[in-house]
Design a binder for this molecule. Structure first.
Ligand code: FES
Length: 72
């Protein structure tokens, strides 16, 4: 099971969410998608605070965890 990663995100800053599952932390793009058809998903947040980011890639509210990692 891939649990979410708690990350402090800054309001207005661009983040690149990994969609290929190959990045080292499984959450933010680190370029490991090169050679695949995947591209990162750009997102921002409106409030600077801690967020739980999806690593299982099942969330319907990606990049944020919606609890789907607990469903079999
Ligand atoms: S490393 Fe996964 S999308 Fe870039």
């Amino acid at each position: 099971m891939s649990t979410p990663v708690k990350m402090n995100l800054e309001a207005g800053k661009k983040y690149y969410y990994c969609t290929c599952s190959k990045s080292a932390d499984g959450v933010l793009c680190d370029g490991a998608h090169k050679g695949t058809d995947f591209i990162p998903s750009i997102f921002t947040v409106e409030e600077s605070k801690d967020y739980y980011l999806c690593r299982c890639k099942k969330s319907k509210n990606a990049p944020f965890c919606d609890g789907s990692h607990t469903v079999n």
